[in-house]
Design a protein around this ligand. Structure first.
Ligand code: HEC
Length: 330
């Protein structure tokens, strides 16, 4: 089992492990095909609960994978397999990767409002990663048993797994935090290198020009919604099937409709949800997210009751003293 035991596992053991590994890889790879399209309504409650552990477990194989790479990198030229301790680490990587991908699979099927393309790619990447780590472990077992034969194949598999891991983790982060999560705050030169557009600098809502040239929707309302609502209601994630980052969709609403009804704040679902008591299940933003400030609620209400126009300027809409002071206009 270790260097002092060059025979390593018996041939029978190797064959059994090889067959078991292949079967596991085949079943993992078949999962998405067998399961078909995710149901509109998601999965039963208990499965939903279990799926939520995906973000907890997924860090285990990532950390272990890095550990395996470090162990191998400590021994880059030798044909001899790295110390057999990397085999245990690889076993742990593969086991946790399989568990994480199964949980991810459940999460995917219980969350109908994921961006299908991104979530699909993340799911496939996760499954591919799990298959790769299982294969790597089987090969490592053989390498240890044969005193070093196949070490190059093992390392190739490790590199492949690490590459898939990088892409898949990034897709996962984009799913939960939005597409620009990593690049949004990147320094300007790096953004240029990556071919990203220069950062938009938006005037803050407070401190609006006193000449009233600013557009209420883009310069006052959008920054508020961007801070408090977009993270769950955007192009990639549409909780409640509601997307708020485009004017028409913001007005249209989600499953329940009537997101914003011009002139009628009391009938505008978005505002109604904001004004529900904080302990109400339907209160927006949901528990744990930073609530709107009183003056932000007031500004949104003022905009809706003033007609919720897309291009009206501050000077077009009669301002109360409260609005003036919220916008820091003298
Ligand atoms: C942390 C995520 C999150 C944030 C942030 C968030 N929401 Fe939601 N929103 C949800 C979820 C989940 C649902 C679906 C469940 C429900 O209907 O309560 C939802 C549903 C809604 C709906 C009902 C859509 C429909 O037609 O069914 C409205 C309206 C809404 N949100 C408005 C807002 C507003 C306004 C903000 C910002 C102040 C906001 N949300 C911020 C998660 C969020």
């Amino acid at each position: 089992m270790s260097e002092s035991d060059p025979q390593g596992p018996s041939l029978k053991g190797q064959v059994l492990l090889g067959v078991a590994g292949l079967m596991l890889i085949a079943s993992l790879a078949a999962l998405p095909f067998l399961a078909g399209q995710p149901p509109e309504t998601g999965l039963p409650g208990l499965l939903k609960f279990i799926g939520r552990f995906h973000p907890v477990v997924l860090h285990l194989p990532i950390g272990m994978m890095v550990w395996v790479l470090l162990l191998e990198a400590g021994n880059p030229c030798s044909k001899k397999p790295a110390r057999s301790s990397s085999r245990m680490a690889m076993l742990f990587t593969a086991t946790t990767a399989v568990i994480a991908s199964l949980l991810g699979f459940i999460l995917y099927y219980s969350t109908p409002d994921y961006d299908k393309e991104l979530a699909g790619r993340h799911l496939n990447g996760g499954i591919l990663f799990a298959c790769g780590t299982v294969a790597a472990f089987v090969v490592k077992f053989r390498v240890d048993a044969s005193g070093g034969r196949g070490a190059a194949l093992y390392r190739l598999l490790l590199l492949g797994c690490a590459g898939i891991m990088g892409i898949t983790s990034h897709d996962g982060a984009s799913l939960t935090h939005g597409k620009g999560y990593l690049s949004n705050h990147a320094p300007e030169p790096l953004r240029k290198m990556l071919g990203l557009p220069a950062k938009k600098v938006r005037e803050p809502a407070a401190g609006a020009d006193s000449d009233g040239k600013q557009v209420v929707y883009t310069d006052v309302i959008v920054p508020i919604l961007e801070r408090k609502c977009y993270s769950c209601h955007n192009a990639e994630k549409q909780k409640g099937k509601y997307r708020m980052d485009e004017y028409e969709l913001l007005l249209a609403g989600g499953k329940e409709g009537d997101g914003i009804v011009p002139g009628k704040s009391a009938e505008s679902n978005a505002l109604v949800r904001i004004e529900l008591p904080e302990d109400d299940d339907e209160h927006m933003p949901p528990e744990g997210k930073k609530d709107l400030e009183d003056h932000e609620v007031m500004l949104i209400k003022w905009w809706i009751d003033g007609g919720a126009s897309k291009d009206a300027r501050l000077s077009d809409q009669p301002m109360t003293d409260a609005v003036r002071s919220a916008l820091a206009i003298p």
